[in-house]
Design a protein around this ligand. Structure first.
Ligand code: ZN
Length: 200
């Protein structure tokens, strides 16, 4: 009887340790969590390059939805490190998608050129539900295609965008102009598409 009690107590402790581990890593595999937590928020993450075979395969893979959660330390670290990465003085991007740092989750940062002060904002599970027929030509570049900034693409002038905010509220928004092009570029990343694929 005493042995049974000890066994049950040990199982209880093991159960707690197990659930805590799952809780910390929830939404992420151990490998993803390890990559994200390998440095603090002020450190950039390595940006995958289309010129690297292994990276290129990952960049061509569809990402999965994420759940906004302010209590998930791994998720919060990922968001902050993506922000640090897109703001890196060496590259100065206007947007970044999680797969570009090796995490196949539907999370993007976009610089809002349509808002005063051009703030960077983070979006969860962004989906484009409508495109205008009206097109816009733009010269695009990509952090994952280093050293190339001379490619003209044709994108929709405006889009209807659905997404979740970091506080998990659902939002539908119409976006126009350059900012709409950034969204189309970043959401392409979530679907495993690079802007180079859009060139006729
Ligand atoms: Zn890109």
């Amino acid at each position: 009887m005493k042995n049974l009690f000890i066994l049950l107590a040990l199982l209880f402790i093991a159960g707690c340790a197990g659930s805590q581990k799952i809780n910390i890593e929830r939404q992420f595999s151990s490998a993803q969590a390890e990559l994200i937590m390998s440095a603090d928020s002020a450190k950039i993450m390595r940006v995958l390059s289309v010129y690297n075979k292994k990276d290129s395969l990952l960049l061509r893979t569809k990402s999965e939805d994420a759940i906004p959660d302010s209590n998930n330390a791994v998720l919060q670290r990922l968001i902050k490190r993506m922000y640090t990465t897109v703001n890196d003085s060496l590259t100065l991007g206007v947007g970044i998608a999680a797969p570009q740092v090796g995490i196949l989750k539907n999370i993007i940062w976009v610089q809002r050129y349509d808002k005063p002060g051009y703030p960077f904002e983070v979006y969860f599970n962004p989906k484009i539900t409508k495109y205008t027929k009206k097109k816009l030509k733009w010269i695009e570049g990509c952090l994952s295609v280093p050293g190339k900034r001379d490619t003209t693409t044709t994108r929709s002038y405006a889009i209807l965008l659905e997404y979740l905010r970091p506080d998990n509220t659902h939002q539908i928004e119409m976006i126009e102009g350059f900012t709409a092009i950034i969204f189309q570029h970043e959401i392409d990343h979530l679907n495993g598409i690079l802007y180079l694929d859009r060139i006729k």
